[in-house]
Design a binder for this molecule. Structure first.
Ligand SMILES: Nc1ncnc2c1ncn2[C@@H]1O[C@H](COP(=O)(O)OP(=O)(O)OP(=O)(O)O)[C@@H](O)[C@H]1O
Ligand SMILES: [Mg+2]
Length: 360
């Protein structure tokens, strides 16, 4: 016999116990009562007590069965399902009697839902980790093999060749730097995607955030012959955001604008408001670059997605920048929009919650 069959109660034991106890006590009382007060012969008194005790037993059993058996069965089903990691919707379970059994049933349903949610969350993380590890090893291979190639060539004689050794070392160094950025971005995105990294929302001055990052971005723009313009905006504009995460968003967007641009192109940062959305501030990064094909726009925020892999790689891109932006904006409960036209340019816009004005 299987274990589950053995476990299934064939008779309602609680009903038997309660019925037996109540009927035995009542029968004993009845026996004594009719024996003493009504002067019945002990045999007759015993017979009467037995019959009424039997009847009482059936009544108690039936009442308890009706009141509790179905509900105890539901509780049993609930816990068995939980043990088998099988979850179902218990919306049809009636808990309107509001007694201890209903309370237990409610608690059981609550626990079942919590466990189900937790298992789903852990499964999601597990799947995510598996996929992520696959992606990482793929992405790490390229720079590692490149470094290996340069070192091998140097060891095979190129080290003595003054004309190429510096060049090879520089290329190896570039790949090492790529590995450093890659690991930094990987840590960040993994924390963002699993929800480990929480945003610390503060009231921050947008101007200050841009000021902190502009120097290094200007340097990059100049190197690529790109004009980086920050349009004038109210320096007192404050928004509710995590300062470091917002910096990261702006760096990723502006760097892309520089990276995927054409020679002598432009990147323009504009802060603006919309009359219908008084509690929001918008920031757009517009470039005059290569643009993105319509079909690729929804995919550029997927991690490791690059429209032109070779172009991105040659510029150190791993396809994580926009995925990080998307996650940060989601964590802020804000919007991230992309408009683009191939060979014309792209505009990336984020929305931010405005802070209350400072009263002095
Ligand atoms: N401003 C842009 N103009 C044109 N294409 C863009 C622009 N920004 C992003 N893309 C495309 O979207 C892809 C994903 O961008 P993302 O910033 O996520 O990655 P990446 O720049 O390749 O690498 P990373 O930012 O991680 O160094 C890029 O590879 C590029 O093909
Ligand atoms: Mg990028």
């Amino acid at each position: 016999m299987s274990k589950s069959k053995k476990e299934k109660p064939k008779i309602y034991k609680l009903g038997i116990k309660a019925g037996f106890l109540i009927s035995a006590i009542s029968a004993a009382f009845l026996f004594l009562a009719v024996w003493f007060w009504y002067d019945l012969a002990p045999k007759e008194a015993a017979f009467l007590a037995l019959v009424s005790g039997g009847a009482l037993f059936l009544i108690v059993y039936a009442v308890l069965f009706f009141l509790t058996y179905k509900r105890l069965e539901t509780i049993e089903r609930l816990f068995k399902n939980m043990a088998r990691k099988r979850f179902m919707e218990y919306a049809d379970v009636n808990t309107s009697r509001r007694d201890e059994i209903d309370y237990l049933m409610k608690q059981g349903i609550k626990s079942s839902r919590t466990i189900e949610r937790e298992i789903q969350r852990l499964n999601r993380i597990e799947n995510y980790r598996k996929e992520f590890i696959g992606d990482i090893s793929h992405e790490l291979k390229t720079p590692i093999f490149a470094i290996q190639g340069f070192i091998e060539t140097l060891l095979n004689g190129a080290l003595e060749d003054e004309e190429v050794n510096r060049d090879f070392l520089k290329k190896a160094m570039r790949n090492v730097n790529r590995l450093i950025y890659l690991t930094k971005d990987l840590m960040e995105i993994s924390k963002l995607e699993t929800g480990e990294l929480k945003s610390e929302i503060d009231d921050i001055y947008l101007y200050e955030v841009l000021n902190d990052i502009i120097e290094s971005l200007n340097y990059k723009a100049e190197k690529e012959n790109i004009e980086l313009i920050i349009n004038e905006f109210d320096r007192n504009t404050r928004v509710k955001a995590d300062k470091n995460q917002l910096k990261q968003v702006l760096i990723n967007l502006i760097e892309n604008g520089i990276k995927y641009n054409i020679p002598n192109g432009k990147v323009e940062v504009t802060v603006f408001t919309k009359p219908k959305q008084k509690h929001r501030v918008f920031l757009s990064v517009k470039d005059t670059g290569i643009g993105i094909d319509e079909k690729d726009i929804p995919r550029v925020t997927e991690r490791f997605f690059r429209v032109d892999k070779s172009r991105s790689r040659e510029r150190g891109g791993t396809g994580l920048g926009l995925a990080i932006v998307k996650h940060i904006m989601e964590a802020h409960g804000e919007k991230f929009m992309i408009e683009s036209e191939p060979n014309v340019g792209s505009t990336f816009t984020i929305s931010l919650r405005k802070s209350e004005p400072v009263h002095v």
